[in-house]
Design a protein around this ligand. Structure first.
Ligand code: ADP
Ligand code: ASP
Ligand code: MG
Length: 927
């Protein structure tokens, strides 16, 4: 059993301990301000444990034991301990006995969370524990805000500091009681009045120096560390708290960073320890001092870095960084919901991740621990069952030794708010020192260059800097290269604002073939333009610069492609009628299998009819799409619909599926494709509409990675367009296409046999639902003419719909009938004419068939009622089957024939569905 520590404040030591005069910023005003509180005191805790095997504890001289003025506890001032004697007697133990923990702001967010932190610390059985804490969540922001307000002479800093006080007071009241609470509150009170005085001075001056600001903002950590140490002590565990400004010495660097002085910090830590040896130490993260003892910070999110430095100073067994996520994810989980936890990462991978913006770890955390091969474990305080991510020298490869793309690319990270600077000109080639001059100028303005890329021609150098530094950089370059620009040796210094970096990180990835190609392919297929590329020699990352607006989309596209090999598609379904509705049902039945077996994630983000629409942020539950459409519909608005489905950056790819026969919808295709939205449709209106518009769409499609599929426009689900494409793409030449393209007319003529009257067959077809509501829409032949136009254009002919002569089966006098009923009533009057044509054919051993023909040789198309010998394949049809014969240079004697059901909701929807899957496979889904 250990003896309880004597844990008490020392009234004789000032707010800042023994080296007070050095602690303050040098500004005289600071000195004066703070001196008002010098008379008041801050508690210093002297940890004193009884039994300790490895070293001798300092002995507190009994005569000097005094009574605390806060309470009657026994305490001893550090001044009571002879340093020489202590150093002799107590040296800082180093090595595996130390376990280091760092708790982030989220872990320290509330009293309850601080209690959880205390429980975790208490349950660590390690011999020695060094615990580094951040300020309570949001407190550092609040502190920066105080400084900003005061320096811009905004009086509201007073209420803001009261809020800070309130927050800590109420947290402490929840956590602590009795004397500990009184002591903490008294200290808080003193700190707040000092801060008020200081902020007042800042307010009057209208300016805050960096050291003033650093002094103010570091208080969050001072308070959280004290609250945690009191909480741990409350459980009877001996514990000291450490103001790391006493220990951690850092030198500022030019680029708003600091470099630790390890030797000096180690010396100070040893000294600190001799005065306050304890086996549990709670240390403030984030704050440090300059060699001149001026308070400074390790910059935003710097507590991770504090933990790593202190961990390396005590040569800890492990540094555990506790946060609010299960570990390091393969991408920022706030941006990529499919991101997965990485069980292990190498130091280099973790460094690259944090450098490129994964704020789960401060970028500088790795260096100190890597030197001594101390592993870092990232864990979730809210999910203790998660094992976390281990960052160490030689991590186990989660995917085995297989060097698959997935195993070399570990993760993705992004940095926003960058600008790309491009220095370009022929005068740069072969001139030594140009790069040096460029970066020399950049360095002079203190800008931080995040990545550099130089074209091999040496014609241009481009680099990324934070957006807020680009103005100064551009001015410096223009001034430095004024002569070269005037003489034309440099053509320009160009700034491309609003950029982001997307970095793919992984061991040896740059040396594995195919990684860059896959990354660029994924980005291209998501229609994202890459502005610059850098592949470091480190082999740990490939970096691309994108427009900021594309960044999340690019991140998702790359992540899903590499890591999950899942292809995700956001879909918008237009026209949930018979065909659209059937498609939605088919998607409903197949979605889970596609996701599980083929890694294709299809999400219907919206369904719109002509009057109403439904939208969803995560994907409509297709098991109840009809009910949802009834209950949650809003007024249809195609522009809003498109914006919703496409603007949803959750998925990298969007497809709009037009299941209408509407020209107005078809008129949007060009615009959609132009925006990078893929289009799939059975609607014939675009491809058989005005030729110039069709050609524009096809040209656009060929120029981009955006896809336009329309297999179901001809022959429903039958592979007509794809067969034709296959022939053409493999170098075959189309001579002639002839076919029965209308299911309705196929049915009518297959049944127009023997003595049956034409009108009777039409009326049976209508009853069976094979015709349009007005059978004239089928009999007119326009629909077949549209299909002929589509196939003719697909074969390379430049025909308009009006160029196709069509034999209409609607008798001339009946064209004017006002209703389909009237038409059906009058149709028998013309049975004789149809019967006559049939008899003539029969007499020659032939049958009548309504066909469409593309004559590619003579560049013509026609739709007519032709006669075929009884043995001809067209004469053998049954039901409503389609049949299409392709005569080509390869298939000259025997045409290539495609036959099967060419109408009906199920097969048409099936054709659309297979286009959707084709799109997914073009986008990277496994085939
Ligand atoms: P703390 O206050 O604990 O230091 P931070 O907010 O600094 O917490 O860091 C944790 C956050 O980092 C997570 O909540 C997560 O949203 C974000 N983050 C960004 N990229 C990643 C990533 N690749 N893996 C895990 N977390 C990430
Ligand atoms: N509290 C500091 C910040 O918010 C340091 C940290 O939490 O790591 O930046
Ligand atoms: Mg952090």
């Amino acid at each position: 059993m250990r003896a309880a520590a004597v844990f008490s404040p020392c009234p004789s030591s000032p707010v800042f301990p023994h080296h007070l005069p050095h602690r303050y910023p040098k500004d005289p005003s600071f000195r004066t301000l703070v001196s008002i509180s010098e008379a008041t005191t801050r508690g210093r805790y002297v940890g004193r444990t009884g039994e300790c095997s490895s070293f001798v504890w300092p002995r507190v001289v009994p005569e000097r034991i005094q009574k605390s003025r806060y309470n009657n506890q026994i305490f001893a001032s550090i001044a009571d301990i002879s340093v020489e004697q202590s150093i002799e007697n107590v040296s800082l133990p180093k090595g595996d006995m130390w376990s280091v923990h760092k708790f982030g702001g989220t872990c320290m967010g509330t009293a309850k969370r601080i209690q959880t932190v205390a429980d975790i610390v208490l349950s660590d059985p390690s011999e020695r524990k060094l615990v580094i804490v951040s300020a309570m969540s949001k407190v550092t922001d609040m502190m920066y805000d105080l400084v900003n307000k005061a320096s811009s002479r905004d009086e509201s800093y007073i209420t803001a500091i009261d809020n800070v006080f309130e927050k800590h007071m109420s947290t402490a009241k929840e956590l602590l009681d009795g004397e500990d609470l009184a002591r903490f509150l008294s200290q808080l009170h003193i700190d707040i009045s000092n801060l008020k005085a200081m902020l007042r001075a800042i307010y009057i001056a209208g300016h805050a120096t960096e050291s003033f600001s650093d002094f103010v903002v570091g208080h969050g950590e001072l308070w959280s560390a004290q609250m945690l140490s009191y909480t741990i002590k409350k459980h009877g565990n001996p514990c000291s708290w450490m103001d790391t400004r006493d220990v951690l010495i850092v030198n500022p660097t030019s680029s708003n960073q600091v470099d630790p002085d390890y030797a000096e910090s180690e010396k100070r830590l040893e000294k600190w320890f001799t005065c306050q040896p304890a086996d549990t130490i709670i240390a403030t993260g984030f704050i440090a001092s300059t060699p001149q003892n001026i308070p400074t910070t390790l910059k935003r999110d710097g507590s991770d870095f504090s933990a790593a430095i202190l961990g390396s100073l005590v040569k800890a067994r492990q540094v555990t960084i506790w946060t609010d996520v299960d570990g390091v994810f393969s991408a920022d989980p706030r941006k990529v919901s499919e991101a997965v936890i990485l069980r292990t990462l190498s130091y280099q991978e973790a460094w690259e991740m944090s450098y490129f913006g994964a704020n789960v770890l401060h970028p500088r955390t790795i260096i100190p621990v890597m030197r001594q091969s101390i592993p870092i474990l990232i864990r979730n305080i809210f999910n203790l069952s998660a094992p976390g991510t281990m960052i160490c020298q030689q991590p186990v490869n989660e995917n085995g030794d297989r060097r698959s793309l997935q195993s070399v690319v570990k993760a993705f990270a992004t940095i926003d708010n960058l600008a790309l600077v491009n220095v370009e000109g022929t005068g740069m080639a072969g001139i030594p020192g140009t790069a040096n001059a460029i970066f020399g100028a950049v360095k002079e303005v203190g800008a931080n260059v995040i990545m550099i890329s130089q074209a091999s021609s040496e014609h241009s150098i481009c680099f990324a800097v934070p957006e807020n530094e680009v103005k100064a950089v551009s001015a410096a370059l223009n001034s430095r290269f004024r002569q070269a620009l005037e003489a034309g040796r440099l053509s320009k210094v160009e700034v491309i604002p609003k950029c982001s970096i997307l970095a793919a990180v992984g061991q040896k990835m740059a040396s594995t073939p195919g990684v860059s190609a896959t990354l660029f392919d994924a980005l291209a297929k998501a229609n994202i333009n890459v502005r610059a590329i850098a592949q470091g020699c480190s082999e740990y990352n490939i970096t691309v610069v994108l427009k900021q607006e594309d960044c999340v989309k690019g991140l998702r596209a790359a992540h899903s492609r590499f890591y999950l090999s899942k292809t995700t598609l956001a879909m918008g379904i237009i026209g949930p009628g018979l065909i659209g509705g059937t498609l939605l049902d088919q998607l409903r039945d197949q979605a889970a299998i596609l996701k599980e077996k083929f890694n294709i994630d299809l999400r219907v983000m919206g369904i719109t009819g002509s009057k109403t629409m439904v939208l969803s942020d995560t994907g409509i539950d297709l098991s109840k799409w009809r009910e949802i459409q009834k209950e949650k519909a809003e007024v249809a608005d195609l522009v809003k619909f498109t914006k919703h489905v496409h603007g949803h950056h959750f998925f990298p790819n969007t497809v709009l599926v037009d299941c209408t026969a509407d020209t107005n919808v078809a008129n949007h295709y060009y615009d959609w494709l132009n925006k990078g939205i893929h289009v799939i449709t059975p609607n014939k209106k675009a491809n058989s509409g005005p030729l110039d518009r069709y050609l524009k769409i096809r040209t656009l499609q060929r120029l981009s990675y955006t896809h336009y599929f329309y297999e179901a426009t001809v022959g429903a689900g039958l592979p007509i367009i794809s067969t034709l494409r296959g022939l053409l793409e493999t170098g075959d030449k189309i001579l002639h296409i002839e076919g029965i393209f209308s299911g309705t007319l196929s049915y009518i003529f297959n049944n127009f046999e023997g003595r049956r009257a034409f009108s009777d067959v039409v009326s049976k077809a209508k009853e069976a639902g094979f015709t349009e509501p007005d059978p004239r829409d089928d009999l007119s032949g326009t629909d077949v003419a549209r299909k002929v136009t589509i196939l003719a254009r697909e074969s390379g002919l430049k025909l308009e719909l009006s160029d196709i002569p069509v034999r209409s089966l609607v008798p001339e006098p009946l064209k004017a009938c006002s209703s389909s009923e009237e038409f059906m009533q009058q149709l028998p009057n013309f049975d004789k004419d149809f019967a006559k044509e049939r008899e003539e054919a029969e007499a020659a051993g032939e049958v009548l068939r309504y066909v469409g023909v593309v004559d590619a040789v003579n560049e013509k198309g026609v739709v007519e009622l032709r006669r075929y010998k009884r043995e001809h394949p067209f004469a053998q049809l049954s039901g409503s089957d389609n049949i299409i014969a392709f005569t080509t240079t390869r298939y000259k004697d025997q045409p290539l024939i495609v036959r099967g059901p060419g109408a009906g909701a199920e097969v048409t929807a099936g054709g659309i569905f297979s286009d959707i899957l084709r799109l997914a496979s073009y986008l990277g889904a496994p085939s």
